[in-house]
Ligand binder design. Structure first.
Ligand SMILES: [Zn+2]
Ligand SMILES: [Zn+2]
Ligand SMILES: [Zn+2]
Length: 272
């Protein structure tokens, strides 16, 4: 709850007149070998929208607001199309900051550490919403051998099978301790669609443009409720806007965090 309040405070200071939108709240379940979850992480997606086209970048302002609120900020990348990514950390909380390509949309995805109601366990490397790729099927993002929970035992008559593993004792064999299958590895089991630049423009899914929204933020709030064909809703959405004839065309693309398939939606927005 502290995290949600802190994000809303920062977002409201940036947009005092319009106010931020809580696009979605959810949690990531964390499990060991049994299907029953052992812990949960809370996540919030908060969106900020600015009018005008092309919209000037608000990333600088956003990151300054985080710094002033006591967060450690790290700017990761800025794409040639104007998309930007950054990370803000404070204590055990983390926020992924994303700005769309000249679309006036800034999205803040914040998450808490994983909490365990009963057991006392360490933090997994990734949970489904925080993985940049597909979570490892064997260790569910922990990166450790789940038979011994990363504490390889070797007793007189018994040793955990992970002791002789190439990745090292206690590590997950499938992902070599990374916790996820990278796009490069997923490639052999599932073709990955590229999302960058020209590839995104020529996306094979090239969806029919939908009407009914007047801003990228409103469109984001809509697609954040939609599921992938695999049933997963978690997706790191990216957004670019360009002018086409009498209106704006807002494209959203993202890789499903469940199956890594490309998802795409297009919306027509009124010209400002
Ligand atoms: Zn693994
Ligand atoms: Zn083991
Ligand atoms: Zn999927």
């Amino acid at each position: 709850m502290w995290l949600k309040g802190a994000l809303l405070d920062i977002a409201s200071a940036l947009r005092p007149d319009h106010g931020p939108t809580v696009v979605r709240e959810w949690s990531d379940a964390v499990r060991l070998l049994d299907p029953e979850p052992v812990g949960f992480r809370a996540l919030f997606l908060i969106g900020l929208g600015w009018e005008g086209h092309p919209s000037p970048s608000k990333l600088e302002e956003t990151l300054t607001a985080f710094t002033e609120a006591g967060w450690a900020v790290h700017q990761d990348v800025t794409d040639q199309d104007g998309e930007s990514w950054a990370t803000a950390r404070r204590e055990e909380f983390e926020v992924r900051v994303y700005e769309g390509g000249r679309s006036g949309l800034v999205a803040l995805t914040g998450w808490t550490p994983v909490t365990y109601p009963e057991l006392r366990l360490g933090q997994p490397s990734f949970t489904r919403s925080t993985a940049d790729g597909v979570l490892c099927d064997d260790c569910h993002g922990w990166g450790v051998c789940l038979t011994c929970e990363g504490r390889p035992y070797e007793r007189r008559y018994e040793r955990c099978w992970c002791i002789a593993n190439n990745a090292g004792p206690g590590k997950c064999v499938e992902c070599a301790g990374r916790g996820l299958r990278s796009h490069a590895i997923v490639l052999w089991c599932r073709p990955r669609q590229l999302l960058h630049g020209a590839d995104a423009e020529a996306a094979p899914l090239s969806p029919i443009a939908e009407a009914g929204h007047d801003s990228t933020l409103s469109a984001l709030s809509d697609i954040a409720q939609r599921n992938c064909t695999c049933g997963e809703f978690r997706c790191s959405w990216r957004n670019v806007v360009h002018e086409e004839g009498e209106h704006l065309l807002a494209r959203f693309v993202g890789a499903c965090q469940g199956c890594d398939a490309q998802r795409a939606y297009t919306f027509t927005l009124p010209l400002p």
